[in-house]
Design a binder for this molecule. Structure first.
Ligand code: EPU
Length: 331
């Protein structure tokens, strides 16, 4: 019995074999994952993580696949997308706050779509996530990379995050598709609640990437009028829609903004809007987006990334750093 057969006999979850990742990424690019698992409850998730750890099988949690470029060769190991129980949202009663400021907390699963969470909370008059409407990822992915827009970011409203972690410090923790558990005993897993004071959020970064998987989060939101909150959410979205290619196949912004600058503006100033490699194109609307105009491959995107980087470095002397996560290449 190979490990894939063993896995299907161990876990009764939605497993797909040799599943093309182009169907699970917003770029619509990517070769097959050995196993693609849609996991709807904690029991299945814990079994799957234990199975992979004990056999040194790479495990990658992809959220909604909106910030990934997957290799044309695909991904070895198991790719997990959370659903079911992990897509629930619970609203808790508002507590009394300082002067007119009242707060309410919500608990949301890692698989909840960020846009949905933004709309649901705004409609209930809970402010804090208006900026997130139109950001295509899941809450889990947004927390790990501290998704944001303008001066807002998700990390600012987090009270606590539930994760799956290894017990104790373990230098062989597999943190990405490319790292493996190397020999030795299999570390035990536990579900942990990480409180705000242990969490670190930076620009498109958080220390949540140190854990195996984010499963849910407790967010603290400000009570406000639903009309006002929805109006603000719509206003922010209209601006975003006018400036960014939201309906095109892309993975959002490709590069991080260098300190005090906009990567999009720098790329635009280098005359790169519309530049192409195969079917990958620098968006003519916002230069920090690469769009798949039809049949782009991961190799096309990477070649275009190299071209953009080299041109910006040569013209302006700035090294652009990738925000996009590239997976599956080192296999
Ligand atoms: N600009 C250009 N040409 C372009 C793009 C932008 O001249 O092709 C100019 C704009 O006119 C504006 C300035 O550059 O004056 C800044 O542009 P924008 O407001 O679009 O902001 P940004 O810095 O390019 C950041 C985030 C976006 C987020 C927007 C809106 C990063 C890398 N990007 O973009 O986040 O939606 O602000 O708040 O931090 C993402 O992370 O995936 C993302 C899309």
């Amino acid at each position: 019995m190979n490990w894939q057969e063993e896995l299907s006999s161990t876990i009764d979850a939605g497993l797909k074999f040799r599943e093309p990742m182009s169907g699970h990424t917003s770029f619509r690019i990517g070769g097959p994952a050995d196993v693609f698992a849609e996991v709807g409850n904690m029991d299945h998730l814990e079994k799957l993580v234990s199975f992979c750890s004990s056999r040194s099988i790479p495990l990658l949690i992809i959220g909604r696949g909106t910030n990934f470029l997957v290799s044309d060769k695909g991904i070895r190991g198991v790719v997990v997308r959370l659903c079911g129980d992990f897509a629930q949202v619970k609203f808790h009663k508002a507590d009394g706050g300082i002067s007119q400021c009242r707060f309410a907390s919500i608990t949301a699963g890692a698989a909840v779509a960020l846009s949905r969470l933004s709309r649901l909370t705004a409609q209930r008059g809970l402010a804090g996530l208006e900026f997130a409407f139109g950001i295509p990822g899941s809450l889990g992915g947004a927390l790990v990379m501290n998704a944001g827009a303008g001066s807002h970011s998700i990390g600012k409203i987090v009270d606590a995050v539930e994760v799956i972690a290894y017990v104790g410090e373990c230098s062989c923790t597999p943190r990405s598709n490319r790292e493996f558990v190397e020999g030795g005993s299999v570390p035990a897993l536990k579900v942990r609640l990480i409180h705000k004071d242990e969490l670190r959020f930076g620009y498109r970064w958080s220390n949540l990437s140190e854990y195996i998987c984010v499963t849910k989060a407790h967010l603290r939101m400000r009570s406000n009028s639903p009309e006002e909150t929805v109006k603000r959410m719509k206003m922010i979205f209209q601006k975003k829609k006018a400036e960014q290619p939201l309906s095109a196949a892309s993975a959002g912004c490709v590069f991080k903004n260098p300190k005090g600058m906009s990567a999009g503006r720098l790329i635009d100033e280098c005359g790169l809007k519309g530049a192409r490699v195969g079917d990958a194109q620098v968006s003519t609307q916002h230069a920090n987006f690469i769009v798949n105009t039809g049949g782009a491959t991961a190799a096309d995107v990477l070649n275009l990334v190299d071209k953009v980087r080299a041109t910006v470095k040569e013209s302006i002397g700035i090294d652009l750093e990738l925000e996009l996560k590239v997976v599956g290449y080192n296999d």
